[in-house]
Design a protein around this ligand. Structure first.
Ligand SMILES: Nc1ncnc2c1ncn2[C@@H]1O[C@H](COP(=O)(O)OP(=O)(O)OP(=O)(O)O)[C@@H](O)[C@H]1O
Ligand SMILES: [Mg+2]
Length: 143
């Protein structure tokens, strides 16, 4: 499914809607350039999952854990590259944990993402953002 949003609030709202389809073990791989809106959309997902803490792009930590109705792991791989040792910070345990795992700059870890990962690809356009959502079971399908 492809969406276009014209304001940050619309991207937040889309994130909130997507959250309805997420459950323990869901991994969401966000890709897109600096400022594409990954954190903005993750804010919406977190609201939908009942997180009340402030959600922001962590500057010096790779993973922030929030308490929602289910745990939420917010991972930011910006500072890593494809050759990084993802085992070193336990990415695996977040990928296979009891929470929803939301990964910014997920393209950096493409090799270790599960085949079941949901992909959200964001690009800046002249009118806002183009957002492609792939592989979220139940979402975008007519019941
Ligand atoms: N349609 C839109 N959707 C999302 N964000 C938008 C939109 N229009 C404008 N913005 C603005 O673009 C910025 C997106 O920043 P955000 O931190 O979400 O990006 P990011 O992809 O997480 O960047 P980074 O790679 O630096 O972490 C925000 O300032 C937001 O208000
Ligand atoms: Mg961000």
């Amino acid at each position: 499914m492809v969406y276009h949003t014209e304001a940050a609030a619309e991207t937040v709202a889309l994130g909130r809607t997507l959250s309805l389809y997420m459950k323990p073990g869901t991994v969401v791989a966000f890709s897109g350039d600096l400022g594409a809106g990954k954190t903005t959309m993750i804010k919406g997902v977190c609201v939908g999952l009942g997180v009340t803490e402030t959600v922001k792009s962590p500057s010096f930590v790779i993973v922030t854990e929030y308490k929602g109705r289910i745990p939420v792991y917010h991972v930011d791989l910006y500072r890593l590259d494809e050759r990084s040792d993802f085992d070193a910070f336990g990415l695996d345990s977040y990928l296979s944990g009891d929470g929803v795992c939301l990964i910014e700059w997920a393209e950096r870890a493409a090799k270790v993402l599960p085949a079941t990962a949901v992909h959200v690809r964001m690009t800046v356009t002249s009118s806002g953002r183009r957002i492609e959502v792939e592989n979220l079971p139940g979402f975008g399908q007519i019941a």
